[in-house]
Design a protein around this ligand. Structure first.
Ligand code: GUN
Ligand code: FE
Length: 462
């Protein structure tokens, strides 16, 4: 058994809430959940009154296909009380780990100015391994505190620091996709890959290291991470595309149609491509394994391409509404077209490390789009926001077969919520129905209400 899992079976009885699809949130009451020592959900039953829990557990060994387990009825059971419930872990589909400590600074700047004056000087600090160790320890713990059980992380350009990020996630038990940023041009001398060849060699080295750390990819996996086309020339993008083709199991992430300044500059640098979809397609970086960050300004042609190639969208609404020329992604359109969508914090591009905040901002920006489109794009529902934070994010990361909802056979990546812990959450009244308690948590709760965080059955929030 791996040390990254639960080690003893876990048993929960009570309320479990998850998404079955973008529209439908299922509230399971009197649920019974059993998690194997390997961290897999091996039993999920609905409507088991508390008085019947022991009998049900006694009957479990008779259920076929369940591996040999210790005597379940003798194990402790976590009975969730009123106000307490389980939800799937939050997925952060777009996160710049090195920007952890710069969040909130440089608001209102256009993207290139923000990168050159705030972000690149800050990320350059990760040349120092001691700095990387302590900052990534704080970063990963910080996102775990917010209930992020899976993050798609951009590292800095440094190979060694990016390896430290992977080691930190593995040690702390946070599931993560981790990539070294490729950026060999349009960045300052002090923070740029020395050459295209070096950029590719470091990428290969980081991929090999992450695969060595966790060969099965149970917790950490590498992800190919060209920062964006502006920082890469044709030769580098071709090399990155070749790495993607050689490693069909590895995901890809970059920024896509994030700001008008970036779209215009990309056109100027790559006049042979009419748009960013054709550009990334040409280099083999636009497919069902790709996570495209932001996706604010794609044309209808590019949106069709997102769907045609089953590309995932990481929408980061806190980020996209707090830096100049950012905007609001057409999430309604994406969901209606069946395009995969999840939420991202974007770390320093935004200010908040909370997926709850991202979910609320997705709700707010979708309202704005409803007004701006004269009602053509209807605003998101709370159920859809919850889906984006959980199962939608799992789909974007191509892990919906493993995580994102409570199903027998999936891993137990979950948050134990206590809506009664006082903080900023709206007070729970004695006669509040469970649907209202869930709504209050989603709209007003915070990390104080996220009392436990599980990945593969292992409790990781300290
Ligand atoms: N485009 C290129 N790099 C970045 C980054 O670090 N953050 C955001 N939001 N956009 C980018
Ligand atoms: Fe970003």
């Amino acid at each position: 058994m791996s040390s990254t899992t639960a080690s003893t079976p876990l048993i929960f009885h009570g309320t479990f809430i998850h998404s079955n699809n973008p529209q439908e949130v299922e509230i399971i009451q009197n649920g019974l959940l059993v998690i194997s020592p390997e961290g897999k959900i091996i039993l999920l039953q609905r409507n088991i009154p508390r008085a019947d829990v022991q009998t049900t557990l006694t009957d479990i060994p008779k259920i076929p296909k369940i591996p040999k387990l210790p005597h379940l009825p003798s194990l402790p059971i976590r009975f969730l009380k009123r106000g307490e419930f389980l939800i799937p872990g939050f997925v952060d589909t777009h996160n710049h780990a090195p920007q952890w400590t710069q969040r909130g600074t440089g608001r209102g700047l256009p993207i290139m100015e923000w990168l050159n004056t705030v972000t690149f000087p800050h990320e350059a600090k990760f040349a120092d391994k001691a700095y990387a160790h302590r900052t990534y320890a704080s970063c990963v713990s910080g996102f775990i505190r917010q209930g992020v059980t899976l993050a798609a992380y951009y590292g800095s350009l440094h190979g060694e620091a990016t390896k430290i990020l992977a080691e930190t996630c593995l040690e702390k038990g946070q599931r993560a996709l981790i990539g070294k940023c490729n950026m060999a041009r349009n960045a300052p001398d002090f923070y740029r890959d020395a050459s295209n060849a070096e950029s590719l060699a470091v990428t290969q080295d980081v991929i090999a290291h992450v695969k060595r750390l966790d060969p099965a990819g149970d917790i950490v996996r590498p992800i190919i991470t060209p920062r964006f086309a502006i920082c890469c020339d044709e030769e580098l993008l071709s090399g990155i595309g070749a790495i993607a083709a050689q490693n069909p199991d590895i995901m890809i992430q970059t920024h896509f149609n994030e700001t008008k300044q970036e779209v215009a500059f990309t056109r100027e640098l790559f006049p042979q491509f009419k748009n960013e979809a054709d550009l990334y397609l040409h280099f083999g970086l636009f497919n069902s394994r790709t996570i495209m960050g932001h996706c604010i300004f794609p044309s209808d042609y590019e949106i069709d391409k997102l769907r045609e190639h089953d590309v995932g969208v990481a929408t980061c609404p806190v980020s996209t509404t707090t830096v100049e020329t950012w905007g609001a992604a057409p999430i309604r359109k994406y969901l209606d077209m069946g395009i995969k969508v999840g939420l991202g914090t974007d770390s320093g591009g935004g200010y908040s490390s909370s997926i709850l905040d991202a979910s609320r901002q997705a709700y707010i920006t979708s309202h704005a789009r409803q007004t701006l489109t004269d009602g053509k794009e209807t605003s998101l529902t709370l159920n859809e926001c919850f889906y984006l934070a959980t199962l939608g994010g799992a789909r974007v990361c191509c892990m919906a077969d493993k995580i994102g909802s409570f199903e027998v056979g999936k891993d137990f990546d979950a948050l134990e919520i206590n809506a009664l812990v006082e903080g900023q959450i709206a007070v729970i009244e004695d006669d509040d129905p469970i649907g209202m308690i869930f709504e209050k948590f989603m709209m007003t709760g915070d990390d104080r209400n996220i009392v436990k965080v599980y990945v593969r059955g292992r409790s990781i929030k300290s």
